[in-house]
Design a protein around this ligand. Structure first.
Ligand code: IMP
Ligand code: MG
Length: 185
């Protein structure tokens, strides 16, 4: 808590601690290494939320992966999805014929990843899978299953380890639930 003591004042509770996150990320890295043996997947980081998870996960994968970054947005401000997905930054790389793994922070309604998966299929990839840190199945609006996930979370708004509320709290090392007064302001 020391280093981030000030922003921790807005936290109601820690949901998943950094040690637990590190263990789960390591296991996921090992699983992907096994599943993609002999392949060189393109790992696409969906910015900004997945950034912290992404750099940790990639260092647990023992494969010649390539790193790509994308910005997609289905949210304005607030805590629920608008339903539209906008690509703000696309890849600068042709992924046809490649094995793509989309790395996301959280699957909530599923709208973002459903859109992105279809977009990558249209680009002629060999395969496209989703690896997410968190899965929040209670709020799903489309039929989307993450191929890989570290944790299932309840229907609460979470921040930390890359996840934000109005762009803040991404640098918290643990996954936390905010005090309700923060987003009822
Ligand atoms: P979806 O399209 O509804 O699945 O939304 C996915 C995006 O919504 C994620 O990449 C997050 O940026 C954001 N999101 C959904 N739930 C949360 C949450 O609990 N905390 C922070 N961001 C969230
Ligand atoms: Mg996001």
């Amino acid at each position: 808590m020391e280093a981030n003591a000030r922003i921790y004042q807005d936290i109601k509770e820690i949901l998943i601690r950094r040690e637990e996150i590190a263990n789960a990320v390591k296991m996921l890295g090992e699983m992907i290494t096994k599943d993609y043996e002999g392949k060189a997947p393109v790992m696409v980081c969906i910015l900004k939320g997945a950034s912290v998870f992404y750099v940790d996960l990639l260092r647990e994968i023992d494969l010649p992966v390539t790193m790509e970054f994308m910005i997609a947005s289905s949210y304005g401000h607030g805590t629920s999805t608008s339903g539209n997905v906008r690509i703000i930054k696309d890849l600068d790389y042709d992924v046809s014929g490649r094995d793509v793994i989309l790395v996301e922070d959280i699957v909530d309604s599923g709208v973002t990843l459903d859109f992105l998966k279809r977009m990558f299929k249209e680009r002629g990839v060999n395969s496209v899978r989703v690896a997410t840190l968190l899965d929040k199945p209670a709020r799903r609006r489309v039929k989307l299953k993450a191929d890989y996930y570290c944790f299932t979370v309840p229907d609460a708004f979470v921040v930390g380890y890359g996840l934000d509320y109005n762009q803040i709290y991404r640098n918290l090392p643990d996954i936390c639930i905010l005090k309700p007064e923060i987003y009822n302001k």
